[in-house]
Design a protein around this ligand. Structure first.
Ligand SMILES: C[S@@+](CC[C@H](N)C(=O)[O-])C[C@H]1O[C@@H](n2cnc3c(N)ncnc32)[C@H](O)[C@@H]1O
Length: 192
């Protein structure tokens, strides 16, 4: 996984990836219009397509990713934009969690890469402050053969994992969205 994204890091900010990240960012901003006092963890934040616009408004953003070359791209852009409230961490939180807790956790197009959903949701729960909010953006599963999520199942997993106030919406649909399959980009929010 790490090597897969390290190889693609310099070309990751394609029109498609930029467009999808903007949809996610805009919807989070709509749901949390005042980010000024918020501490944010962008889990698997990659090249910072969501982190950097968030950092313009948030108190601080921590971008965690296992692929160092993806983080390098984010660092270059953050420097150009003179953003000071960012922390970059190349680390697998599943193996090495943080002591810190956050107001918001963003997990955009990462969860389908991770092998153990329940363990990962527990990790997010642990890293959220009380009343903190989790945003998961990912792809819907539309055929038996491909990865992705059935939204109702994910919502149930979140409920079982101790989250409440769970809401989902579809942000975008296309015939070739995910692994050349028809799919939808959804955003699910949940509170601790
Ligand atoms: C499709 S990219 C999404 C990047 C960004 N969230 C976005 O929406 O533009 C998936 C990212 O998840 C990262 N990733 C995969 N497994 C991870 C893990 N266990 N911990 C942290 N990051 C991970 C990859 O390195 C990659 O940067």
């Amino acid at each position: 996984m790490k090597e897969h994204f390290n190889h693609r890091a310099e070309l990751f900010d394609s029109p498609k990836n930029t467009f999808l990240a903007q949809l996610v960012y805009q919807q989070i901003k709509r749901q949390v219009p005042d980010l000024s006092g918020k501490t944010v963890l962008d889990f698997g934040g990659g090249t910072g397509l969501i982190t950097l616009p968030l950092a313009k408004d948030a108190k601080s953003v921590t971008l965690v990713d296992i692929a160092d070359k993806m983080l390098d791209q984010a660092r270059i852009k953050a420097k150009k934009q003179e953003l000071q409230n960012l922390t970059f961490l190349c680390r697998d939180l599943l193996a090495e969690p943080l002591e810190d807790t956050f107001d918001l956790i963003i997990v955009s197009r990462v969860l389908h890469h991770l092998p153990d959903l329940d363990k990962t949701l527990a990790l997010f729960h642990r890293h959220l402050k009380d009343q903190g909010q989790l945003f998961i953006a990912d792809y819907t599963k539309t055929s038996k053969s491909h990865h992705g999520f059935i939204i109702a199942d994910l919502e149930e997993d979140l409920r079982q994992g101790g989250f409440s106030d769970i809401k989902s919406q579809i942000l975008y649909s296309s015939d070739h969205l995910f692994l050349w399959n028809p799919s939808q980009l959804f955003l699910t929010s949940a509170k601790k």
